[in-house]
Design a protein around this ligand. Sequence first.
Ligand code: HEC
Ligand code: HEC
Ligand code: HEC
Length: 474
Amino acid sequence: MKKNTSRVQPVDALVRNARRRHFGVATLAAIFSLFALYVAWYEAHGPKVQRNDELPITQARADDASQSANGEVVPAEVAGGNLVKRGEYLARAGDCAACHTADKARPFAGGLPINTPFGTIVTPNITPDPDTGIGQWSDADFLRAMHEGIGRSGQRLYPAFPYAEYTKVTDQDVLAIRAYLNTLTPIHYSPPGNSLTFPFNQRWLMVFWNLFNFTEGRFVPDPKQSAQWNRGAYLVQGLAHCEECHTPRNFTQGLKSSSRLSGAVQAGWHAYNITSDKTSGVGNWSDDELVSYLSTGAAPGRANAAGPMAEVVADSTQYLTREDLGSIVAYLRAVPPINGGESRPRDQWGNPADDVTALRGTAIHAVNGAQLFVANCASCHSWTGQGVGASAPGAYPSLIHNSAVGASDANNLALVILRGVSRTTKQADVLMPAFGTQLSDDQVAAITNYVTRQFGNPQSTVTADQVTQLRTQQ
Ligand code: HEC
Ligand code: HEC
Ligand code: HEC
């Protein structure tokens, strides 16, 4: 129906349309309720999951080892070792450790609370401990968890576990990860339970979440694209789950597939638009800058990874091969540009401060952002804001042409001041002290507003109340 040519509809047509719509809604509601009842019944009485497809992991490894690429039979010892190595690499690409490690002394034993709008989900133990970990899981159980989001006893897993992405990973890669996890020291530890509000503590409801937000299935290469693009797509859409943070969500917390990678807020931090848009995304970054950012956490003159992305770099992307990083970059280049309406790229703002007397002021009255900046920040970033050490590893970066300072909101800047930066990579141990305990919310807001006004996007401001809010973020 052409909407704009028939503005005025006869009254009876309107009534008919309204009725049809009501009928449609009622039918949908009825089907939905019946389905819910059925699912509830099924969860309570349905056939228990059968695990006759069990294959001991040792055997699976040997089987896998016997099929080398050129069809030769490789000794199980050698290939088994390679499988574990591959598994370790892939587990890093999937950043399993980030969520399943709460205490560095207990790697992969879970216990990390993940805050969601519906309550807190605590990550489980995925070490091979038979009682508290996944030691008794068959390969089929593991594949089903990764591909379908279903736990060992058939229960639905919450999508805080990124199975919506992991479903794209090949069986072979999933089993390599399993083989690696199997070589970890088993840790006997049961993490505390979840605290979710009703009805979200009902796992079976995830059936509905899945209905709207989840498509099970392995990655299908696009023959029209290059091998490099396909490898990048496989990593970005799958194991590396970049979209979990960078893609905005709909009201059911599913990813908005129409605005992939166009930016979202993650625990107070803005995971920026990384589409190929030249103003709002990373379309104006060079390939080398993107690779440098993903492998070290710094792209001088563009951005530094300080928040959740610093963890991604430290635990995951720094370990990826040049080839894989190149593929990720090739894929990002081809992500359709999405413009968020910014007037300038976030890394193209700011000028050095040029009048130090104005900064010194005469008397300290009330809260003065410029004076607080000189007192707390200038020793490293220089009073001009230009930093020290230019682009050397571990330099004190320039605040001019820095994405956190030029972004359209100042969240990340305020969070950097509150929490500092701590990022360990093969290249450098990067440390900026946290000011959260020394500075009040008023003072953090004042410095933030001075820094954006002087060195970045002057339209980005925060209030002391917003800083209070940011402090409470996990
Ligand atoms: C973004 C955080 C996150 C990442 C990354 C992550 N997981 Fe998890 N995982 C979770 C959460 C949360 C759960 C629990 C879900 C639930 O209770 O329903 C979970 C559950 C699981 C389970 C089910 C365990 C059980 O006892 O039911 C397995 C297996 C698992 N994850 C493996 C992995 C592997 C392998 C990786 C890396 C490839 C990984 N996870 C990466 C958050 C994560
Ligand atoms: C756990 C959430 C999370 C995941 C997963 C994640 N990112 Fe990020 N990313 C962020 C946040 C938050 C920022 C903002 C910078 C910061 O954290 O200091 C960011 C920043 C970036 C930036 C810099 C943008 C700028 O202008 O400053 C790039 C590029 C980027 N991410 C690429 C990726 C890619 C590629 C992946 C997947 C391999 C990925 N991210 C996965 C949260 C995430
Ligand atoms: C002891 C030295 C030191 C002090 C003092 C210091 N910084 Fe930093 N700052 C650093 C280092 C180191 C980094 C991280 C560089 C990197 O990522 O490679 C950093 C990074 C930053 C970033 C970039 C973060 C991002 O997400 O892009 C900003 C913005 C920043 N500092 C602002 C401040 C402000 C404002 C103050 C004062 C409240 C301050 N710094 C005080 C050393 C310092």
